[in-house]
Design a protein around this ligand. Structure first.
Ligand code: SF4
Length: 132
């Protein structure tokens, strides 16, 4: 799952479509930067880095990530780790999360894990099982 990169002078944004659960925190929170009606749909040069970082950190799935270039510290993991079990089976997690997928390590601070066993992107939710 290679993320797509969206570049600006202060902050780069990365998006992994296979992880997105369409919670829409991004498009609701900062439509000048995240707009699915535009191509590309992410335009980090249309916002300030601190606002973009704040919105990216709201993304529950970790589909959105960022790297800042303005010497301001980046995201820190939630301590202690939080696991929020939703009634639709999804497990929303925040913390210093270390997964292995197809023998490849994945480290992230935000993830939504499948709780129904029907995902095609295990261990992550792909919104195609009982959570729909
Ligand atoms: S906030 Fe994250 S999960 Fe939600 S729509 Fe945006 S990228 Fe997808």
């Amino acid at each position: 799952m290679e993320p797509k990169e969206y570049v600006s002078s202060d902050i780069n944004v990365y998006f992994t479509p296979g992880l997105c659960i369409h919670a829409a925190e991004c498009v609701k929170g900062l439509p000048s930067v995240f707009n699915t009606k535009k191509r590309p749909w992410i335009n980090p040069e249309n916002g300030v880095a601190s606002a973009i970082a704040e919105i990216v950190e709201r993304c529950p799935s970790g589909a959105l990530q960022y790297i800042r270039h303005d010497n301001v510290r980046g995201e820190l993991p939630e301590v202690p780790t939080i696991v929020n079990a939703h009634t639709n089976g999804q497990l929303e997690m925040r913390g210093d999360l270390h997964f292995t997928q197809y023998e490849q390590p994945i480290v992230t601070y935000r993830a939504v894990v499948c709780g129904c066993g029907q995902t095609g992107n295990s261990p992550f939710c792909d919104k195609k099982g009982s959570c729909q």
